[in-house]
Ligand binder design. Structure first.
Ligand code: AMP
Ligand code: MG
Length: 340
């Protein structure tokens, strides 16, 4: 599917909207990763998302809508945080920022896993926006992978994950951000001069970008009773992954094959000849944004290469590097503050 060709995009979006209106699930590109979408008003359609992904029902979904007006149809914006919500919406929507807001009764409990809040965002990807416009429904859409696996950032990765389980995968090319949205819980404790922004999941909207809007707090790494879904081992390749600390060396065991997920391809303390495959996160610009875009596709390639172990270098924990490290810790089975 050519997404830069409006007629074709329109035809595909109309087809996707028809499936969605009829209660089916379809895979769509977002600027973050590919999503598996269903009508968020329809509990039967939402149940299909959980079934197709084999996702446990205690892991709530993010609902995607066209604009702030549509947010107000499904969520309440409490008066004490309205000011900051409007500022954040103005600064980051459409885009990869998800807000947790008190849900309205129109959203079925299965979408929020029984929580009183709903996770909402306004996506910026042209294909996703076109589908939202065609179907005029809020779309619940988690990443289009089987539960606990690496999120897909291309249509072919979706087909590998879910092919045969869903009627349509809309190909919109590679995703422009590459990691899942930043999730924020906003509160204004009595007497606090500024709102508190708790980063429940690190993503493309970084702490640096958020700090002008309030006091930015890191989300808890412990699962909390009011936020199920903060599960520990996710984004997991089937090949074991070891995350090296900055500057840590590596010695191979004889007879084993290793792959390296390198930040910039500069060997540093590592010996490149120890690795059967070397994948470089940021070969061109050296920037973390490039690393984020390439992260999941490279993890997939390494996972498919039949290696005994994947060795990953740490990236700098600044900007979107915080989100990358969160996903790498998850891939290594060591938790983080995000999830599938
Ligand atoms: P995904 O859609 O797979 O990118 O992940 C959605 C994640 O958003 C869930 O796994 C939760 O961690 C988080 N989430 C969604 N809704 C809520 C909510 N109401 N409260 C807290 N976290 C939520
Ligand atoms: Mg996911």
């Amino acid at each position: 599917m050519e997404t830069d060709e409006p007629e074709t995009l329109g035809v595909a979006a109309v087809a996707a909207a028809r499936y969605l209106t009829a209660g089916e699930v379809v895979a769509l590109p977002a600027e973050t990763v590919y999503g598996l979408a269903a009508n968020a008003f329809d509990p039967v359609a939402v149940a299909k998302i959980f079934a197709v992904k084999e996702r446990p029902d205690f892991d709530p979904l993010i609902v995607h809508v066209r604009n702030l007006e549509a947010v107000r149809e499904i969520a309440m914006i409490p008066s004490e945080i309205e000011d900051v919500v409007l500022k954040l919406a103005n600064a980051f929507w459409p885009g990869p920022l998800t807000l947790l807001l008190p849900k309205k009764p129109v959203i079925p409990d299965s979408v929020t896993s029984g929580l009183p809040t709903v996770a909402v965002r306004v996506p910026s990807h042209a294909v996703f926006r076109r589908v939202l416009k065609e179907c005029r429904l809020p779309l619940a859409a988690p990443s289009a992978n089987r539960f606990g696996r690496i999120s897909p950032t291309t249509a072919s990765a979706v087909v590998k994950e879910l092919g045969g389980r869903i009627p349509l995968v809309l190909d919109g090319g590679a995703c422009g951000e590459g990691v899942e949205s930043t999730i924020l819980r906003i509160t204004r404790p009595p007497g606090s001069p500024k709102p508190v922004l708790e980063v429940v999941r690190a993503g493309p909207v970084t702490r640096e970008l958020l700090k002008q809007f309030g006091i930015v707090k890191k989300g808890s790494r412990e699962p909390r009773p009011d936020a199920p879904g903060q599960l520990q081992s996710h984004y997991a390749p089937t090949t074991p992954l070891r995350l090296l600390a900055e500057g840590e060396g590596f010695s191979p065991q004889p007879g084993k094959t290793y792959g390296l997920l390198s930040v910039d391809g500069e060997p540093g303390r590592l010996n490149l000849s120890d690795f059967a495959m070397v994948a470089v996160l940021s070969p061109g610009s050296g920037k973390l944004s490039e690393a984020a875009i390439r992260l999941f596709a490279l993890l997939r390639q390494l996972d498919e290469a039949g290696l005994d172990e994947i060795i990953a270098e740490s990236v700098a924990e600044q900007g979107v590097g915080v989100a990358i490290m969160d996903r790498l810790r998850k891939a290594a089975g060591r938790g983080g503050n995000g999830n599938d």
